[in-house]
Write a protein that binds this ligand. Structure first.
Ligand SMILES: [Fe+2]
Ligand SMILES: [Fe+2]
Length: 192
């Protein structure tokens, strides 16, 4: 999408907030706004196209409420290569489909960020990193993430590695099983 098209959506964000509401629970709706604001602030502080980063946060969880069976069918049709992943990751892929079909928004950078916000992956773009980190350190998640927010505001590359490391330590303490995209991500960024 062109810069003008992105800015037009951002300018009309109040109407997009209304339009995303039916796709999300109250909790996810507030989380989406909070993540959008955080992406905006991090991008702004780091001299990036902040309005576009806002949109990545706003739309990132659109696939969250998709019913399990429907999500599986969509995965089989459009994302067969990722069907082996745990089903809690499906929403990152379904979200990109909803963005196109329901909002008529198709942008490679936005889509790619949404499609790895849950798992991460190897070789992430700046938008991928900002969205992934903002999703994990959203103040509404209710734990003390202030030091990671500060790190992201200060320097995206260093902040992202800190968030990845903290996330890895947390999941490891919970004996979580890592999906292959998360493993790729941790390996690529030397966290494993
Ligand atoms: Fe998500
Ligand atoms: Fe999220």
């Amino acid at each position: 999408m062109t810069k003008e098209e992105i800015l037009k959506i951002y300018t009309n964000k109040e109407s997009y907030l209304k339009r995303i509401r039916p796709f999300l629970s109250e909790h996810r709706y507030l989380h989406s706004q909070s993540v959008a604001n955080l992406c905006y602030q991090i991008a702004d502080k780091n001299g990036l196209f902040k309005e576009k980063f806002y949109l990545s946060g706003l739309f990132h969880d659109l696939g969250k409420n998709c019913a399990k069976n429907a999500a599986r069918t969509q995965m089989e049709t459009f994302f067969r290569a990722y069907i082996d992943l745990p089903d809690y990751t499906y929403h990152q892929f379904i979200g990109s489909l909803i963005l196109k079909s329901e909002f008529n928004i198709f942008d490679k950078e936005l889509n790619e960020a949404i499609m790895c916000h849950c798992t991460g992956k190897a070789n992430m773009s700046l938008m991928d990193k900002v969205l992934y980190a903002s999703d994990k350190i959203d103040p509404l998640r209710g734990y003390d993430s202030e030091f990671m927010i500060k790190a992201m505001l200060n320097n995206i590359e260093e902040g992202f590695k800190l968030v990845l490391k903290e996330n890895f330590i947390y999941l490891k303490s919970k004996n979580a099983i890592f999906d292959r995209l998360s493993k790729n991500c941790y390996q690529y960024y030397d966290i494993f």
